[in-house]
Design a binder for this molecule. Structure first.
Ligand SMILES: [Zn+2]
Length: 84
């Protein structure tokens, strides 16, 4: 697969702000911008409209289904909403 130019959405601190979510139901992939200051626990697949939920132990759908974990995990190595 061709790489489409330079990577978009890399923050100055090196955080990748876009993640490609792959729907576990239909296999549809969609690149989305991630919120940098919060976790997105739900995502509705644009193709089959299934509501994806983060897996147990993951803070958000990007950590569960994306090719890039969410910014808080990239920076701190752990979920921004971990309760420890
Ligand atoms: Zn889907």
């Amino acid at each position: 697969m061709a790489i489409l130019g330079p990577i978009e959405g890399v923050a100055p601190d090196g955080t990748i702000t876009h993640s490609t979510l792959t729907c576990p139901e239909c296999g549809h992939s969609q690149t989305l911008e991630m919120p940098t200051n919060s976790c997105q626990f739900f995502h509705e697949c644009v193709h089959c409209h299934v509501l994806l939920k983060a897996k147990k132990g993951d803070c958000c759908v990007f950590c569960s289904y994306g090719d890039v974990p969410c910014p808080p995990v990239q920076l701190a190595g752990k979920s921004c909403c971990a309760r420890d």
